[in-house]
Design a protein around this ligand. Structure first.
Ligand code: DGY
Length: 323
């Protein structure tokens, strides 16, 4: 069976696939043209998809592809309905990037709370200057309220870090209440409206769908505390970036830390990049040696199970088996 991997990934997963007797074809470069990609996809049985989201046309263009292992936990751009209709298993990589992604949320929160971008640029531009005891003072996070939107694995881990490090009170909004979060973190389930109004920091960790587009907009920013910090390591579409800019410039909220934007890559001329109270990373939540290795292994395990006629251990669409 031929497996195509469309970008370089950590070796561990590739070795597992080869040891399982699979024929692994890796793209010779990270950016393939449409034509090159087509050539590979038409000649393989399964895809290990790295930053490539199969849409409806994908499944009709490549009827030979019988399984897809995503090199990500998120699958918002994949047409799962169509894959399910065609009985194509789609697997993802949950768990292995929980620590790395929550670390980035935690790091962004602290960095923007202390005006990190402003001070770093000041030093870089040779404007260190003389000491001013009242210049752009940051804020401390001790005892403040962290509001988690989407309390899955990553949201839980971010909440735990905030509680352990700063004794923060945890509130969350989620599809379901999380009993463990209540017991272990004293986390309180609240409505979205309460989360927006009561949080000192809002950290977005929910899975994204089209209905969430622009959830954080001018109306929501006007309900947040003027000292509030917004962190997004989930998907850029949650935030209307023009409205965020306006909120930050007019002091409606304190700061924002973004690991995801809409679109990606963010345009270099985006005015958010000029603000001293914003930090933007290029979607590096899972960019650690450990997480990327784990992702390659997880994706390989999904494909190996499928090649042996078993269910993928991290299957997104069990409905293909009537479940
Ligand atoms: C994921 O796995 O969904 C992360 O956002 C990295 O793409």
């Amino acid at each position: 069976m031929k497996i195509f991997i469309n970008k370089r990934i950590a070796q561990k997963g590739i070795t597992l696939l080869e040891e399982a007797g699979l024929d692994v074809i890796i793209a010779p470069k990270n950016e393939l043209s449409r034509y090159e990609l087509d050539g590979y996809l038409k000649n393989c049985d399964a895809l290990l998809a790295v930053s490539l989201a199969p849409d409806k046309s994908f499944f009709s263009s490549y009827p030979n592809i019988k399984a897809v292992a995503l090199h990500s936990v998120g699958f918002n751009n994949v047409d799962i309905k169509e894959a399910t209709r065609k009985k194509i298993p789609i697997g993802n990589t949950p768990g292995v990037l929980t620590k790395a992604t929550s670390d980035i949320a935690f790091l962004l929160m602290q960095f923007v709370a202390r005006w990190g971008s402003y001070y770093f640029l000041k030093v870089k531009d040779g404007r260190w200057g003389s000491f001013d005891p009242l210049e752009n003072l940051g804020q401390e996070l001790y005892g403040k309220t962290i509001g988690i939107l989407g309390l899955g694995r990553i949201g839980f881990e971010m909440a735990r870090k905030c509680k352990d490090a700063f004794g923060m009170n945890v509130i969350y909004h989620n599809r379901h209440q999380n009993v463990e979060a209540g017991q272990k973190l004293g986390a309180r389930y609240v409505s979205f409206e309460t989360l927006v109004k009561e949080s000192d920091v809002i950290s977005i960790h929910a899975s994204y769908s089209e209905e969430d587009a622009g959830l954080f907009n001018v109306d929501i920013f006007s309900q947040m505390k003027p000292t509030a910090i917004l962190i997004n390591t989930a998907r850029g579409g949650f935030i209307r970036e023009d409205d965020l800019y306006e909120a930050l410039v007019n002091g409606k909220i304190w700061a924002a830390g973004l690991d995801v934007t809409h679109p990606e890559p963010m345009c270099v001329h985006n005015p958010l990049l000029r603000l001293p109270n914003v930090c933007v990373f290029p979607h590096i939540g899972s960019a650690t040696i450990e997480a990327r290795e784990g992702m390659s292994v997880c994706a390989a395990e999904n494909l190996i199970a499928w090649s042996q006629g078993k269910q993928m251990p991290h299957l997104i669409n069990p409905e293909i088996y009537g479940k």
